[in-house]
Design a protein around this ligand. Structure first.
Ligand code: PHE
Ligand code: ZN
Ligand code: ZN
Ligand code: ZN
Length: 298
């Protein structure tokens, strides 16, 4: 398969925008927009040769006082289940909009990586599990449910979790989650430093500026982190404000949000930087390959 292309990743993002357009403008958990997003993801995975499975769960949504039925989608590569590498991101959007940067971009990066792995001819020594979480925007319910269903043995055999949440921010920064905690308040469990290093090495080798960002919660890595699993991943910024120093390294506009449409109706296709999305996807492919064939980080 060719290197990651802008066209390839954008096709997935566009498909999810079309889903939102056809389903009342949102892809929130429990809506038809979520169901249709799931069907798109499942279809793409099947076409690539995977057998996606739905993992159902329900939760009480405090915002509108109702029970929400939702599900995760999980698809496995070949490889020994002695070590599983989980690559995940949330599939649901907020109710206010289509959720394209947040998080159709992460979904697109994961789908591209799944397709790349299937077509690469690489025989993973470790199982790579691609996961699409529901209920993130209501409180990380899908990833919490997934981790809560793992046996102790399955927790132990989960080598790493890589999270993708918002990876095409229009005024973004290439953030890599800070595994060793040396660059921020909070790092990750043992092994998380290796994940950070793999991503930072990739960006350095490709002359792309990147910087660590704290693992202080707010996305689906949290449940894995709390279970003691090595975590890491990519992020390009939400409602935070871009600094002058970041503009010097990454370009863009200082004093403005990384994503001015964060959790709003304007988080549409126009709210994505395609170059950023391609770069982050290529970094994910690199890391997924590294962890698919390597022994797990110690
Ligand atoms: N999880 C947040 C959201 O979906 C965004 C976020 C991503 C926050 C990564 C922290 C780290 O809105
Ligand atoms: Zn998100
Ligand atoms: Zn969000
Ligand atoms: Zn660090």
């Amino acid at each position: 398969r060719d290197a990651v292309t802008e066209r390839g990743v954008l096709a997935h993002v566009q498909a999810l925008q079309s889903v939102a357009d056809a389903e009342g403008g949102t892809r929130a958990s429990g809506t038809s927009g979520y169901e249709e997003s799931a069907r798109y993801v499942e279809e793409q995975l099947r076409e690539a040769g995977y057998e996606p499975v739905r993992q159902r769960f329900s939760y009480w949504n405090d915002w509108n006082d109702e029970e929400v039925q939702s599900f995760n989608i999980v698809a496995d590569s070949p490889g020994s289940d002695a070590q599983t590498v989980v690559v995940g991101g949330h599939l649901d959007s907020v109710a206010e909009g289509a959720g394209i940067n947040d998080n159709a971009t992460g979904v697109a990066a994961i789908l591209e990586t799944a397709e790349w792995l299937a077509e690469s001819g690489i025989e993973p020594s470790n199982r790579v599990r691609f996961a699409f979480w529901g209920g993130e925007e209501d409180g990380f319910y899908g990833s919490n449910h997934y981790v809560s269903e793992l046996t102790g043995e399955q927790v132990d055999s989960t080598a790493v979790y890589l999270n993708l949440d918002m990876v095409g921010s229009p005024n973004g920064v290439r953030f890599v989650h800070d595994g060793d905690g040396s660059d921020s308040d909070r790092g990750g469990p043992k092994g998380s430093d290796v994940i950070e290093e793999v991503f930072l090495d990739y960006f350095a080798q490709n002359d792309l500026a990147a910087e660590p960002t704290s693992l202080d919660g707010g996305s689906d890595y949290e449940a894995f982190q709390d279970a003691g699993i090595a975590v890491g991943g990519l992020f390009t910024g939400d409602s935070g404000i871009k600094s002058d120093a970041e503009v010097r390294l990454h370009g863009g506009t200082a004093g403005r949000e990384y994503d001015p449409c964060y959790h709003q109706g304007c988080d549409t296709l126009d709210n994505v930087d395609p170059t950023m999305l391609r770069e982050m996807t290529a970094a994910l492919v690199f890391a997924a390959r590294a962890f698919a064939v390597a022994p797990p980080p110690e």
